[in-house]
Design a protein. Structure first.
Length: 311
């Protein structure tokens, strides 16, 4: 499998993307991961799938993968990419052909019409997924909903948006053929684990500073997730988890560190640390939690190396 699907990558933008963390997260894997036979890889909060697509292209010993998310629109799109890729490409090309020749005012109106169509949820799965991708590529928000659960991202005024990335969709479709796609609470992924199973958990981050916790994933939910991780450890499944670093905004906020105090907790630099001024980088860390030990480079070193190569 390795090398056969080069070019597979997230087909959408998504909040909390790990695209700039892939290198450090790969370094953080168990030292013998590549030698483990018949690995089952599970992501209970898949999001855009940056690490998923990397892992499936890099480690041929992953014989089975399971992804899950509680966002029905997102999971419907994953299913469409996997099962109806050619039809999806044709539909996106049709939308692209309608959209690109329009002037700015007409594009704005077209965007609003497609957003209303998407929110009405009266179209079939193929059309709905195509609209989901179109809105993702042309709005100012990767995915944002109002209190009624309707997408409310505004038009982004991009001059040359890539609405149909055929190469990526087809490459992703090939990789997803061996992936079980679930939708719902993350705990249902537990039933898919057996043998050499590795979990990567990237949940909704705990808000830092004075921001209020998301109603659907508050501190009570963070505690429930930690108990789920305890269960995985009890079953001898290896896992790593990312979450916010409360100390970025409040030196006394040690909630996450205390919650996972019986595991290996380290700080890694968030993606914004690449462009931040040096004096502000210490406030842009995230937490990486693992139930196993392995020495890794600091994300600062990794990013500095990447930047030196770029220049």
């Amino acid at each position: 499998m390795a090398g056969l699907n080069i070019g597979a990558q997230p087909f959408i933008k998504w909040p909390g993307s790990k695209s700039l963390h892939v290198h450090i997260l790969t370094q953080a894997l168990p030292a013998d991961f590549a030698e483990m036979p018949n690995v089952t890889y599970i992501e209970p909060f898949v999001g855009g799938g940056s690490l998923l697509f990397h892992m499936l292209q890099t480690y041929p010993n992953i014989k089975r993968a399971i992804i899950n998310d509680n966002n029905l629109d997102l999971i419907r799109a994953y299913n469409t990419v996997r099962d109806r890729a050619k039809e999806l490409v044709a539909e996106l090309k049709r939308i692209q052909k309608e959209f690109l020749p329009l002037d700015e005012e007409e594009r704005h109106a077209y965007f609003n019409e497609r957003r209303d169509e998407f929110n009405a949820r009266l179209v079939d799965g193929l059309r709905h997924s195509a609209l989901f991708i179109f809105l993702n590529k042309t709005s100012n928000a990767n995915y944002r909903t109002n209190s009624g659960g309707k997408f409310n991202g505004a038009y982004n005024h991009l001059q040359y948006p890539i609405i149909c990335d055929e190469r990526t969709i087809m490459a992703d479709s090939k990789l997803l053929q061996r992936v079980t796609i679930l939708c719902g609470d993350y705990e249902k992924t537990y039933g898919e684990a057996s043998g050499n199973t590795f979990f990567f958990l990237d949940p909704p981050y705990r808000p830092t500073g004075k921001r209020h916790a998301h109603a659907e994933f508050n501190d009570k939910e963070q505690i429930r997730l930690k108990k789920f991780c305890d269960l995985l450890s009890y079953r001898h499944f290896q896992w790593m988890l990312t979450n916010s670093d409360g100390k970025c905004q409040d030196p006394d906020d040690t909630f996450m560190e205390q919650l996972y105090s019986n595991y290996n907790v380290e700080r890694i630099w968030s993606k914004n640390a690449i462009v931040a001024k040096p004096e502000k980088r210490d406030k842009l860390s995230e937490l990486l939690v693992r139930n196993f030990q392995r020495e890794i480079l600091s994300l600062r070193d990794v990013h500095c190396r990447q930047l030196s190569l770029a220049f």
